[in-house]
Design a protein around this ligand. Structure first.
Ligand code: AMP
Length: 307
């Protein structure tokens, strides 16, 4: 089933306690597209870059079957740039620089053959652009998943709340869930956020796993794989979202049981992403790597509680 992805395609610079990168390819939709393309072969990308971008990366997406006809290249303009610095715990980070550049006035043009997608992933981007993209579709998708971040809550909360009314699933981290809901308890936060629109909510807790809150009060918890080395958590959330929706699109399902499996796929792929800087590891992940990670999840989670 067709899966449309929008989000930032960007340059990042990352500082961690263990090292720094120069400018590398990043962006929410970059990680999402790489993750979805491992699971599914009908993926289309709507995004914008400047002509300073690394076009080998776009070729890599094409080689993996991602249709990039919806990617605009702005002549003489600069790509979105984000610079983040992680704290010693590698779970929390500060944004040092956000230069919107081409994202500042991005008008998302959805190619005609992508106007009726069954699945839509609204990756991290201005809520106004997320909304415009949905408005430009010709039919209601089977499932719309959205990701966002505190940056947009700070500067565009009203627009964010408008998009939320149109999405089925929201994925955010615990800090953002608390900010958006004004509640410390994640259970209360989930109730408040689900009342804003999305019937299903995923709260990501970094190395502490992810919580899935369903539309009939169901709750599912998926741990994160304990890892010896975490190099760079950037893009873990996007990779998670890509794995989540990529799995659902590949099986064509949107029920809670399928979403539980999708959360495990997302977590398995995110665990791979963080083991190297930027998109490096997720770009080289194979189906065999994924199968091995899924087995690790199976043995980690397969405990039968005796009555
Ligand atoms: P994550 O680590 O999953 O939260 O995503 C990190 C990615 O989000 C980076 O590659 C950034 O390029 C991208 N990003 C950071 N800030 C923004 C923003 N305000 N809008 C869109 N993308 C962003």
């Amino acid at each position: 089933m067709s899966l449309l992805v929008i989000g930032s395609v960007a340059f990042d610079a990352i500082d961690t306690p263990f090292g720094s990168t120069g400018k590398i390819v990043g962006g929410a939709a970059s990680f999402i597209s790489l993750a979805t393309s491992l699971l599914h072969n009908q993926v289309g990308l709507v995004a914008v870059v400047g002509d300073d971008f690394d076009f080998d990366f776009i070729k890599l997406l094409n080689d993996r079957g991602v249709d990039t006809t919806g990617l605009q290249v702005k002549k003489g303009e600069k790509s979105f740039f984000w610079h983040g610095k992680y704290h010693m715990d590698m779970n929390s980070r500060d944004t040092l620089v956000t230069e919107l550049n081409v994202l500042g006035d991005f008008d998302p043009i959805v190619p005609q053959n992508w106007k009726n997608p069954e699945f839509v992933m609204l990756g991290n981007l201005s809520p106004q652009v997320q909304l415009t993209t949905l408005d430009r579709l010709e039919s209601k998708p089977k499932l719309v998943v959205m990701d966002t971040m505190n940056f947009w809550m700070d500067i565009a909360l009203d627009e964010l709340k408008t998009v939320l009314k149109k999405v089925d699933v929201l994925t955010i981290n615990d800090e953002e869930a608390r900010q958006l809901s004004g509640e410390y308890s994640l259970v209360k936060a989930a109730r408040v956020i689900r009342a804003m629109g999305p019937h299903t909510l995923i709260i990501k807790k970094g190395e502490h796993g992810a919580l899935l809150f369903g539309n009939e009060g169901q709750v599912f918890f998926c741990p994160a794989l304990p890892l010896e080395e975490v190099f760079d958590p950037t893009g873990a959330g996007d990779t998670f979202a890509g794995g989540f929706i990529g799995y659902l699109a590949s099986v064509g399902r949107t029920d809670f049981e399928a979403m539980k499996t999708a959360v495990i796929y997302g977590s398995a792929m995110a665990s791979c992403c963080v083991e190297q800087f930027g998109t490096t590891k997720i770009a080289s992940m194979t189906k065999a790597d994924l199968a091995e990670r899924l087995n690790q999840f199976r043995s980690m989670m397969g405990y039968e509680l005796e009555a």
